[in-house]
Design a protein around this ligand. Structure first.
Ligand code: PA5
Length: 433
């Protein structure tokens, strides 16, 4: 079981207890979106089997690449899990290679993707809760056309699966019309809390990883995270980060010491950034990969403005073993490391960094997991989701909306000439002159 070392003061633990009561009472702000709390143990077996069956079917068909199309909460959870679980150089895949699209509007990215899949057997999972988000809709148009051109419309229907709302949105209508199989994103689960729905489960299953173990890790964590208990790790984390925020630490850096967790940091940033950054409030979530970023951001963190604190995801065991070899000449002077595991050096780097940063005025706390596998990822996803709900309620904001995301969309639609935005377009164009 995952462990944390946060030590918030009594008064913040009490605030967190109150916030947890609001969450558990399901009466707080945004309480229509609390379905994620029940997902780990409440996910219907047919959903899990449905994801596994698509994975098996596509593998049997010889699909080599599955393009997963989505943005924000509709892709970051799966991306985080797959980056964490996969071989760093793409070897030994247990399932189908998964690549992502629709999370940007880059012509070069999507043209490059078409180059990459050209000679490979391809399938697609298109994910959008609203079914109307521009980035994935544009990417899907391109990938759908490619799949239909290569295989024909009937076969395309077996190679495309949509994950969307049960009734609403353009993606649902299109799926019904084209005969795509669909998975539902429940009404009461928002995008950034949806990794344990088919939004995350389907791509992770297609890539060949164990979604049952992921859900088990999350379920075990959920048992602890909603308990009114002073040892509840989500409660302690939420309390500690709010105490730090109130003391002037406005930026939280999620730290990893393994590059496979880089995208976990991206998922975490969206979770907290979109949930808490509103009403002029909120900790700014940042992330770093150590030791890499100790040679880029390390200077600022050690000696820059003292508005930072760190939360380290500390991993107990590496998955592989590699020791440092001896060199009889010892020209690099590194023989003091001969025979030592690289992991040992990484641990010492972690411990040394912790002390240096604490000495430099950067509070440093730790969330420790045994290893990076499906179970532990499930624990982490659940811990952070629960902590986010509690933390945002302590802060006094609605964790489950994202009104600020609309502002850029309106301007972009106006500038792109979307019907209905004509008046706005005129005003905006003048501002851009
Ligand atoms: O967390 C959220 O709600 C957002 O990040 C959404 O997931 C993102 O905007 C994508 O939305 P949709 O799934 O409707 O395409």
């Amino acid at each position: 079981m995952l462990k944390v070392n946060f030590k918030p003061s009594e008064s913040y633990v009490e605030k967190a207890m109150d916030a947890l009561d609001v969450l558990n009472g399901r009466q707080g702000r945004g309480s229509d979106f609390l379905g994620w709390m029940d997902l780990p143990s409440g996910t219907d077996g047919s959903i899990i089997e449905g994801c596994e069956n698509i994975a098996a079917e596509w593998k049997q068909k010889g699909v080599q690449v599955a393009v997963v199309i989505g943005i924000g909460g509709s892709y970051l959870g799966a991306k985080a899990a797959l980056e964490a679980l996969s071989h760093p150089f793409g070897m030994n895949r247990p399932g189908i290679e998964v690549v992502f699209a629709g999370f940007n509007l880059s012509e070069d990215y999507h043209a490059g993707l078409l180059d990459y899949i050209r000679d490979k057997s391809v399938a697609a999972v298109v994910i959008s809760k609203s079914g109307t988000t521009t980035e994935p809709a544009v990417a899907f148009r391109i990938i759908k056309e490619e799949i239909e051109r290569r295989y024909g419309r009937a076969e395309a229907a077996s190679r495309i699966v949509a994950v969307t709302d049960k009734a609403r949105g353009a993606l649902k209508s299109l799926s019904d019309q084209e005969g795509y199989r669909t998975f539902v994103i429940p009404d009461n689960v928002g995008g950034r809390f949806s990794v344990l729905t088919p939004v995350g489960l389907l791509p992770i299953a297609v890539a060949g990883y164990d979604i049952r173990a992921l859900l088990k890790g999350a379920a075990d964590m959920a048992e602890t995270c909603f308990r009114r208990d002073a040892g509840n790790p989500a409660l302690l984390y939420a309390a500690a980060r709010n105490e730090l925020y109130d003391s002037g630490k406005k930026i939280e850096i999620l730290v990893n010491f393994d590059p496979s967790l880089q995208y976990f940091g991206e998922w975490w940033k969206q979770l907290f950034g979109e949930s808490e950054g509103k009403d002029g409030k909120g900790i700014f979530p940042a992330s770093v990969n150590y030791t890499t970023d100790l040679h880029s951001m390390g200077q600022y963190i050690q000696e820059g403005e003292r508005i930072l604190f760190e939360t380290v995801i500390s991993v107990g065991h590496a998955r592989r073993e590699l020791t440092i070899c001896d060199d009889p000449q010892n020209l690099d002077g590194l023989n003091f490391l001969s025979g030592k595991h690289l992991e040992h050096c990484n641990r010492m780097a972690e411990a040394g960094t912790r002390l240096a940063h604490i000495d430099g005025g950067v509070p440093n706390n730790r969330i420790s997991v045994e290893r990076i596998d499906e179970y532990c990822l499930g624990e982490l996803f659940m811990l952070f989701e629960a902590a986010c709900g509690i933390s945002a309620y302590i802060l006094g904001v609605n964790p489950f909306d994202q009104p600020g995301v609309e502002a850029y969309k309106k301007n972009m639609f106006a500038l792109l000439g979307k019907p209905g935005y004509e008046a706005q377009a005129e005003v905006i164009r003048k501002r851009l002159d």
